[in-house]
Write a protein that binds this ligand. Structure first.
Ligand SMILES: Nc1nc(=O)c2c([nH]1)NC[C@@H]1CN(c3ccc(C(=O)N[C@@H](CCC(=O)O)C(=O)O)cc3)C=[N+]21
Length: 285
């Protein structure tokens, strides 16, 4: 029996309509939510993601500002630009598209963003708040994954979640969010000797390692929920996940496709955080 498809694009669209309603309420109160994205250099993948964020923002009625800076800028110039946007009252959310050129220290850049405008949820203050379960900006991809699972009415509490990958932007925080929802969480990574055995025990398997078709049918328990966070561009130009979809959909209970799975939810949660930030400024007035 083939798995049920988790249609991320459809769920994202539904949530974006709800976000648009919130934008309209804010506008009627005289506030237009604003999102600024800083793009350094000319990486085509980064440019395409940023274009996607801009389009989605404008469709939701969010003011979008793209700040492009050349590959050769100094870290100090970038930090100054962040300072400027931190002070700009029209902008409620600011993110610096990653990865950055090698001569720029990513941590220093992230820490310069005001935690009140950190709609990526990457600032150590917001990560700390997430860890202790406080209300904060949640990182977009992990939050989008939780929303997908909840949207399908899949029980999380008491379930075994296995995360393959431990990046700061996906693997680590998604495990934490599942823990906050009362799951038992196992992390697998490059030093884990028995990834396949552990993965096979998962009720919910999250794959975020950046290796095309790494997870095959023999990694998956019958009926498991499989969330594919991979975005691998094949030589043919086709986008491919970290999961071998054709094989795994034969054993899984639910599966997310790539594209149109987790990706659109990432952008949706970014819009959500931007609107949340604007709502907070209204509430605190
Ligand atoms: N500061 C920062 N914040 C990020 O959120 C961030 C980042 N840096 N660097 C890169 C990653 C990657 N990322 C994606 C967003 C949307 C899709 C997405 O919408 N994908 C579409 C397909 C898009 C296509 O065809 O190229 C889909 O899966 O259907 C994918 C990947 C955000 N990132």
């Amino acid at each position: 029996m083939a798995a049920e498809l988790i249609k991320g694009m459809e769920i994202a669209q539904k949530k974006r309509n709800e976000i648009k309603e919130r934008v309209n309420v804010l506008k009627s109160q005289g506030v237009t939510p604003g999102l600024a994205v800083i793009l350094v250099g000319n990486n085509p993948a980064s440019r395409s993601y940023v274009t996607g964020k801009g389009k989605a923002s404008e469709e939701a009625g969010i003011y979008f500002e793209l700040i492009e800076m050349p590959e050769t800028i100094t870290q100090e110039q970038l930090l100054q630009e962040i300072d400027r946007i931190n002070e700009d009252a029209r902008i409620h959310g600011l993110l610096v598209q990653l990865p950055l050129p090698k001569h720029i220290h990513e941590e220093a850049v992230i820490e310069r963003i005001s935690p009140e405008k950190d709609v990526d949820g990457f600032h150590p203050i917001n990560i700390g708040r997430m860890m202790i379960g406080q209300d904060t900006f949640l990182p977009c991809t992990p939050h989008g994954i939780i929303e997908l699972v909840k949207e399908k009415n899949i029980e999380i509490s008491g379930k075994h979640v296995v995360v393959i990958g431990r990046s700061n932007i996906v693997g680590k925080p998604v495990g934490q969010l599942f823990l906050n929802e009362h799951a038992t969480v196992t992390y697998c990574h490059s030093r884990t000797p028995n990834v396949k055995e552990l993965a096979k025990q998962a009720d919910i398997l999250v794959v975020a390692i950046g290796k095309a078709k790494f997870v095959t049918a023999d990694y998956v328990k019958e009926g498991a929920v499989v969330i594919d966070v991979g975005v691998n561009r094949l030589e043919t130009g086709k986008l491919c996940g970290d999961v071998d979809f054709d094989e795994v959909e034969q054993v899984a209970g639910y599966i997310t496709p790539v594209p149109k799975g987790v990706g659109p939810m990432t952008i949706t949660m970014l819009l959500h955080n931007t609107v949340l930030s604007a709502e907070r400024t209204v509430a605190s007035n």
